[in-house]
Write a protein that binds this ligand. Sequence first.
Ligand SMILES: *Cc1c(COP(=O)(O)O)cnc(C)c1O
Length: 374
Amino acid sequence: MCMEKIKRNVLLNPGPATTTDTVKYAQVVPDICPREKEFAGMMKRLRTDLLKVAHAPEDRFTSVLFCGSGTINIDICLNSLLPEGRKVLVVNNGAYSSRAVEVCEYYGLPHIDLKSSVYERPDLKEVKKALHDNPDIYMVYTTHHETGTGILNPIREIGALAHEHGAIFVVDTTSSLGMIPFDMVEDNVDFCMASAQKGLQAMTGLSFIVGNIEEICKSKDYPKRSYYCNLYMQYDCFEQTGEMHFTPPVQTIYATMQALKEYFEEGEENKFARHRRVFNAIHKGIEELGLKDVIKHEWQSGLVVSVLYPDHPNWNFEKVHDYCYERGFTIYPGKISTTNTFRLCALGTIDEQDIRDFFAVLKEALHTFNIQLK
Ligand SMILES: *Cc1c(COP(=O)(O)O)cnc(C)c1O
């Protein structure tokens, strides 16, 4: 097969992320029926690799694959893992934990929305108090890296509080897993989740939950709130047959296998270091241009920088976006309702030089539209 180089776009949005050509081409395979043993064998290896990425010991944890975007994991964990008559505590300081609250509302799940400022980390004293005041809480839920702002939440501490209380701890790690050091056991997490197009640098359409086997087995007898999105049903199907209950995203699974190969080749530590380099380059770039970020530095994840719109009459995000987009760089609007921001993210197969190239283009854009800063 002739593998032509594919136009490379630098995606500075918070996923899907820039991928390698080898991952893109891994999708071009002979047609296969996913009910074949060959395909089941590949998914088995994939599930084992995902446990390694999350540092989840095989004797206590499993990974379950789903066909869908990352939000399917949020839906599944919440609707599947709550026993009758018990409550969810959502530690909510941003858009993605708010999404979990919405899921609770849709299913009518008893829940507490422990909402706090999107500009700050949650207050552990409040978490402790909520747990103390509500002995019926069964699940504590939060987001590791709030992609909307770029805040990294103290999951290890929240997990310890949940466990002290006897609750399970479910964490949305969609925009951190495979990019920021994470350890299922040390971080006190019972369930984490992500999708292939973020930290793994693969394609869209495959999402997965890594979770505690004992809790999944217990959930067999919990109220059934969804047919398609039930964790036990999918887990059981994998255990019995090695297959997804319904049609898997075949080509995305091939791409994810290749992406995992590249993940282990690059090495966890090297990959963390690369994302960190990109993040530092973003900070250097915004400082040099006189732009300002909105989240306290020590709280930032190292993956997303929320940048304030410059205070200049000629600033127009759409125009600047389009200028950059036409030149191969994608920037992304913010997700803070009260402040006008845009986001620059360090996901994907990009490095420092890409960021330097981007800032050269951004500078040109500001010049073209007559936006003087500083
Ligand atoms: C991207 C992301 C999701 C999933 O969003 P989809 O649009 O469904 O892929 C969930 N949580 C977080 C924290 C994310 O960054």
